[in-house]
Design a binder for this molecule. Sequence first.
Ligand code: CU
Length: 150
Amino acid sequence: MKIIMKIVAILSLALFSQLAAAACSLDVEVGDALTFSQTQLAVEKSCGNVTLNLKHTGKLAASVMGHNWVLTKDSDANDVAAKGLAAGLGNNYVPAGDTRVIAATKIIGGGQATSISFSTDSLTAGGKYLYVCTFPGHSFVMRGTLIVEA
Ligand code: CU
């Protein structure tokens, strides 16, 4: 009986640490439709650094059905997406040097994957953040909320 209790304790500890670690490393998938696999993500301010892995499981090329993952404050998302449109594919549809962009991946097409790492220093626990895809026409549909926990 003691051994069983021990195993249960070890298992729940392993599960807990896996959940905690997951909050500092995020996996998001995109495909040949205008959707992110998750519309809500959570990180912990205490992560220090967050890794975002973006994978395109579709078949269409980046110029046709490209996607990126761009993080801004809730209130900045629409304007950043509009400015990104003007920046063009050569700039991954992200306005160069725009300090409102907290993190951004490059645009990827079918079969491709990319990763970025960003600091949680500029994130406020309890703050509202949005991630969008800034490929032309995608940002109003392809968006999700990033929750920052303490
Ligand atoms: Cu997209």
